[in-house]
Design a protein around this ligand. Structure first.
Ligand code: NI
Length: 226
């Protein structure tokens, strides 16, 4: 499932992030690329321990925690600290699949990358190219969203970023381990959650709301690994 989360960040948030990112010290993205990714990756990233990355990462995590759509879709167990990247001057990232596991910074623990997210800081008309292209069994999906919007997609997908031939593309990306590892089960729960919410909005006294909510929780109980 690919899902757009509109306006995760307010315009004030976006302005604050962009100002900080303009002044940040970037490094070659290949410094954090794995074996296979290094050949296809050409961008800039903030070092993981940079104060700007930590401050903006905390802001992003705070907004995620207040976003019911993200919580319903991702059923997050752990979110890795957000990373920040910048593509310009033909920079691109060829087709790849992200690593399955990442170590939690400063801890001897791993997060499984069930879900990938990209959060946009640049407006689409500020740069040419720079589309996130995600492949699934239904074909290719090309994503280029307004600043402040985020896209969520399965960590199992092949994906790439097309070359940025004008301007600069600033974004944040990060991975989430879900309480529900299976993409199919996660999507089923999300669709059921949406249907219950629509039913509740349209017919708040409907007798089936409690029953359906019970089924949702009983499925979550079976499928989740806390
Ligand atoms: Ni990737």
């Amino acid at each position: 499932m690919m899902l757009r989360i509109p306006a995760l960040l307010s315009s004030a948030d976006v302005r604050q992030c962009r100002e900080a990112l303009q002044q940040a010290e970037w490094q070659d993205g290949r410094a954090t690329a794995g074996h296979q990714a290094i050949a296809v990756k050409s961008n800039l990233q903030l070092p993981l321990d940079s104060p700007v990355a930590r401050r903006l990462g905390d802001l992003v995590l705070d907004r995620l925690g207040r976003c019911p759509l993200f919580i319903a879709a991702a059923l997050p167990r752990r979110v890795l600290p957000p990373r920040f990247n910048r593509y310009e001057g033909g920079g691109a990232y060829g087709n790849h699949i992200d690593n399955a596991l990442f170590r939690v910074p400063g801890a001897d623990e791993y997060v499984r990358t069930d879900i990938s997210c990209t959060l946009f800081f640049s407006e689409p008309d500020e740069y040419d190219g720079g589309e996130l292209v995600v492949e699934d069994s239904y074909g290719e999906h090309r994503v280029k969203l307004p600043a402040g919007d985020m896209v969520l997609y399965p960590g199992t997908s092949h994906h790439r970023v097309t070359p940025v031939t004008r301007g600069a593309r600033l974004a944040s990306f990060f991975w989430t381990q879900s309480l529900v590892a299976s993409e199919v089960q996660r999507r089923t729960l999300f669709e059921m959650d949406n249907a219950i919410q629509r039913l509740t909005a349209d017919h708040p006294d409907h007798g089936s709301i409690a029953a359906l909510t019970g089924v949702y929780h009983n499925l979550l109980r079976q499928w989740s690994v806390p």
